[in-house]
Ligand binder design. Structure first.
Ligand code: GLY
Length: 264
């Protein structure tokens, strides 16, 4: 079925998944483990979903997965493009089964392409600027993923470029798109010169994890806990909707991680 046949009234659909009761057993790479409250994480996630709805998204809310601690971070299981969606193969073995339900959820909206072994790919490692896909070579995503993605997306005229990621979990922890030709970037973690022809807004030096924002049309969902960087974004005339995202941040999750955005 074509996505246009779903008769959505909204311009965007967001796929989300409720927080797993096993969230405390999440994977961690750069953070020290600390207690995570399932209740607080759920409360903040519910507010995030309400924010998606308030800016006009249709929200598909998948049920929580008790055996998949990181499964609230749906972004890592797929890359949704206008023409097609790519089902990933997450780099953490404990996360690989997350794709099974995401595949089912995306099927009504897009033709699907699969990433296969030996490639590993987390959606959080992808920053797309028009027809260029920047892919973070991180602890999760590898060169084989670049090769497969490049080959499978060539018919749709996408180019895939690798960028080394060392100081944070995903490429999108360090840089995200916040407007046409505008990137929000943490210069301590990624070199802005990799993105020529883009306007760069740097995160405030006191706000390490502030480079992750969800852009939906001209609306931006952004964490309340980074007011200095938020002020910079607003000074550029960008339209922010802030949500508190502190609890899932302890699981190395940020705002982009919690949704897959589909243009209808
Ligand atoms: N806990 C988020 C991740 O490691 O993928």
């Amino acid at each position: 079925m074509s996505h246009s046949m779903l008769n959505s009234m909204s311009n965007y659909t967001a796929i989300t998944r409720k927080v797993s009761p096993a969230i405390e057993k999440c994977e961690l790479t750069h953070l020290v483990r600390e207690p995570i409250s399932f209740e607080v994480a759920t409360q903040q996630h519910t507010a995030y979903v309400e924010c998606l709805k308030s800016i006009g998204c249709d929200v598909v809310s998948l049920e929580a997965e008790a055996d998949l601690p990181d499964s609230v971070f749906v972004e890592d299981a797929a890359l949704v493009l206008d023409e097609v969606a790519v089902i990933t193969r997450p780099g953490a073995v404990s996360r690989q089964a997350e794709v099974n339900t995401i595949r089912v959820a995306l099927k009504p909206y897009r033709e699907l392409i699969e990433i296969e072994a030996p490639a590993t790919l987390d959606g959080g490692d992808i920053v797309r600027i028009d027809k260029t896909i920047y892919l973070g070579l991180s602890t999760r995503s590898n060169q084989a993923a670049i090769d497969q993605l490049a080959e499978r997306l060539r018919p749709y005229n996408y180019t895939v470029k690798g960028i080394e990621v060392k100081d944070c979990l995903h490429l999108k922890s360090a840089v995200s798109i916040v407007g046409k030709d505008i990137l929000l970037l943490n210069p301590a973690w990624i070199d802005a010169s990799l993105f020529p022809n883009m306007t760069i807004i740097e995160t405030d030096p006191s706000e390490d994890f502030a480079a992750n924002a969800v852009l939906i049309g001209e609306d931006i969902i952004y964490p309340e806990e980074f007011p200095k960087t938020a002020a910079k974004l607003r000074a550029h005339g960008l339209k922010l909707h802030t949500v508190l995202a502190t609890e899932l941040a302890k699981a190395e999750g940020a705002v982009t991680c919690c949704s897959l955005i589909i243009k209808n």
